[in-house]
Design a binder for this molecule. Structure first.
Ligand code: SF4
Length: 373
């Protein structure tokens, strides 16, 4: 059975073009063939924070990448951003992942998915250009080394578009519907282009076939399944290695919804929002706390359903022991939500202030990389 024979389950559908709500990550192992990440952890010398904390919970073929990291073999990392707005906590996670793999020695590719932004979000190219400059300045400020990375826009990278045309011969309408549901042709085209992105590092111009890891949110898995199928079909011609992937969990919305969404402004914040607005959103966030202080002290809170806890754990608290202590203190009623929110606001605002100073310095560099005057 091919990975794409997995029947999309309406309740659980992983949809890169829609809303993905995962209630039970364990089910993804059974129903989509994603492998659990935890058993690999002991083999990774210097695991990324999100790996250690189970935020990266799944993978496909990541053993190949561990082998490369252990033995100094060549490998690549590719991920990117859809330039539909300013950096938020979802794009921040992918950016940190790619920087981690770059530091582990990966040949690094960062793609600005402007074709997808056009097809999926109706963002005209002139507008996505502006977002792209800011997004690239963000990723440089976070630590991506541009000297050792290939950063490009899909719409300007002919090799990616050529691959999409070639791969189109191997994709029937039935395949596209099985993976992505019924969509307009532009989205199917953009999916083929994503496959071109994922296999770009393996072209002779970049040193030929090699293990490639694609770190993404789990909603992007259909692109990975499709890419692996295409890589298999074109293996004889190009010698492709099947791409590997790591999957991170989707961070909850601040309003308690399963996902941060542009449709509900109180569910997320971007790194360019006013500091008071960010503070206000966190201050008003849903929590796993009890209705009264007395109940919280007696019964403890529920960090598992709490977005404030997730903000700390996914991003803003570096020390694992501090995260564990927060969990324990919440569970045992030592920590109250007001106190915790105050602390989290401080962490977030400190990060944002520092980040903005660095980002400002990279705007011109980002323009230069993207060829935007
Ligand atoms: S104490 Fe913190 S982790 Fe616990 S429910 Fe309240 S805000 Fe969430």
């Amino acid at each position: 059975m091919s990975e794409n024979d997995v029947k999309p389950n309406k309740e659980l559908l992983l949809d890169p073009f829609g809303t993905t709500i995962v209630k039970d990550y364990e089910r993804l192992y059974k129903e989509f063939g994603i492998q659990p990440f935890k058993p690999l952890l002991q083999r990774i010398k210097n695991p990324f924070m999100a790996m250690r904390r189970g935020v990266i919970f799944g993978h496909r073929d990541f053993e190949k990448i561990i082998d490369c990291m252990e033995n100094g073999k060549e490998f690549a990392v590719l991920s990117g951003i859809k330039p539909t707005g300013e950096f938020h906590l979802g794009t921040l996670m992918t950016a940190k992942e790619i920087i981690y793999f770059q530091k582990q020695g990966a040949q690094t590719f960062y793609c600005v998915a402007d074709i997808e932004a056009y097809e999926d979000n109706k963002i005209p190219f002139e507008k996505s250009e502006k977002y792209a400059v800011g997004n690239i300045a963000d990723v440089l400020a976070l630590g991506l080394d541009p000297k050792n990375a290939y950063i490009y826009r899909q719409s300007k990278e002919n090799r990616v578009k050529d691959l999409a045309i070639i791969f189109g011969r191997a994709a029937t309408l039935a395949t596209m519907k099985a993976i992505y549901g019924e969509r307009h042709i532009g989205l199917y085209l953009s999916a083929l282009i994503q496959v071109g992105d994922i296999l770009l590092p393996q072209l002779p111009d970049f040193g030929g076939p090699k293990p490639t890891v694609v770190p993404v949110g789990v909603d992007q898995d259909p692109h990975l399944r499709f890419s692996r199928d295409i890589a298999q079909r074109f293996r004889r011609k190009y010698g492709f290695e099947l791409p590997s992937a790591t999957y991170h969990k989707i961070i909850k919305g601040l309003d308690g919804s399963p996902k941060m969404s542009k449709r509900s402004p109180m569910s997320y914040f971007t790194l360019d929002e006013k500091l008071e607005v960010i503070a206000n959103k966190i201050s008003n966030a849903f929590t796993g706390g009890r209705p009264t202080v007395k109940e919280q002290r007696e019964q403890g809170g529920v960090p598992e359903i709490c977005p404030v806890y997730e903000i700390d754990m996914f991003h803003f608290v570096e020390d694992d022991d501090e995260v564990k202590k927060t969990y324990y203190d919440c569970r045992t009623g030592k920590l109250l939500c007001g106190e915790h929110k105050k602390r989290t606001i401080e962490h977030v605002l400190n990060f944002v202030r520092e980040h903005r100073k660095k980002r400002e310095k990279y705007i011109d560099k980002a323009r230069e990389i993207l060829g935007i005057g």
